[in-house]
Design a binder for this molecule. Structure first.
Ligand SMILES: [Zn+2]
Length: 323
């Protein structure tokens, strides 16, 4: 799902700007094997699957004043509310299409991103929680029982966590810690459905692939998801100016391959979150899409190939997660 309408969320020179998506669209212009869908606006009822009315009321007020800021980081332009409704609704339309046929998969190339927006406030460049609304919609409207959400953005998906905290939908977040927004420690477990892995700076392909093998694979085997939603941020890329991680573009493709290999019967849908080096972002998104078309086996790296600090966090995660 992609649309030039998402470029109309005009944040000027803000780090989360239209140039990010423009770089992706240029890079993917020749990509074959994917059907391009246009978004539709979400209804108030759909947004209410997650958000209190005050979130929209505040955005309406800022928009009526000609634009402004939802919080210190989160720019709202005159078109942003309309574009945010398209981002939510576009994700839901994508789910309708993907879930209509076995083996379908999709990727929502959208702005504004969503995983920091909580039920009660827009924050962290995010206006609405695109992926949490999609997870609730998959459950309540499409009737899917086994939905699984994975967030590999370098920041903790606090908004998704707050939106799913009272459900039994599994939510896994890998994130650099400490880093914005400060949440995401192991002991935040919700109803036992939250799985946080706070990682030290400097983790790269080896650490992420190791953690997927050792922590996420057993969860996927337990939950046997029909639908895997991925909060696909690319700010853990080695070139990213906001994160301090070291994942390569190829590494993102390998992570995507593992999900496809382990759950071949599940629908997979990515939602674009962060990623602030436009060329690296575009390359890593392409790598993800190519991997989902033709996944390749990726072995688990040996423990001596990963950082000691990372291994200590892994042990803590295994204790808290019970895997
Ligand atoms: Zn991020």
């Amino acid at each position: 799902m992609q649309s030039s309408r998402f470029l109309e969320h005009n944040t000027g020179n803000h780090v989360e700007n239209a140039g990010r998506l423009d770089a992706i669209f240029r890079r993917l212009a020749e990509l074959e094997g994917w059907t391009r869908l246009d978004p539709r606006p979400a209804s108030r009822e759909e947004i209410a699957l997650v958000h209190d009315p005050q979130v929209t009321e505040k955005l309406e007020q800022i928009t009526a004043e000609g634009g402004g800021w939802a919080d210190g980081d989160t720019c709202v332009s005159p078109a942003s509310l309309e574009v945010a409704r398209l981002a939510v609704g576009g994700g839901l339309k994508l789910l309708d299409e993907v879930c209509a046929n076995p083996g379908n998969q999709g990727f929502a190339l959208l702005r504004p991103p969503g995983h920091h927006a909580t039920p009660t406030q827009s924050m962290g460049f995010c206006l609405y929680s695109n992926i949490a609304i999609a997870a609730r919609y998959a459950r309540e409207t499409l009737g899917l029982k086994r939905v699984f959400v994975l967030d590999w953005d370098v920041h903790h998906g606090n908004g998704t966590q707050d939106s799913l905290i009272s459900t039994d939908i599994p939510f896994v977040s890998f994130h650099q810690w400490p880093l914005y927004p400060g949440s995401g420690w192991y002991d935040e477990r919700g109803q036992g459905n939250l799985y946080n892995l706070p990682l030290p700076a400097g983790c790269g392909d080896g650490e992420y692939l190791f953690a997927l093998h050792r922590l996420v694979r057993p969860l996927l085997e337990n939950h046997d998801p029909e639908l895997i939603l991925v909060s696909a941020g690319y700010d853990a890329h080695a070139s990213d100016p906001l994160g301090s991680m070291g994942i390569s573009s190829k590494g993102f493709g390998q992570m995507a391959s593992l999900l496809a290999e382990w759950c071949p019967g599940a629908h997979r849908v990515g939602f674009l979150e962060g990623g602030y080096h436009p060329q690296a972002l575009a390359q890593a998104v392409e790598s993800t899409l190519l991997a989902w078309r033709r996944p390749e086996p990726v072995e688990c790296p040996r423990p001596e190939k990963v950082q000691d600090g990372f291994l200590r966090r892994m042990v803590q995660a295994q204790e808290h997660w019970g895997v």
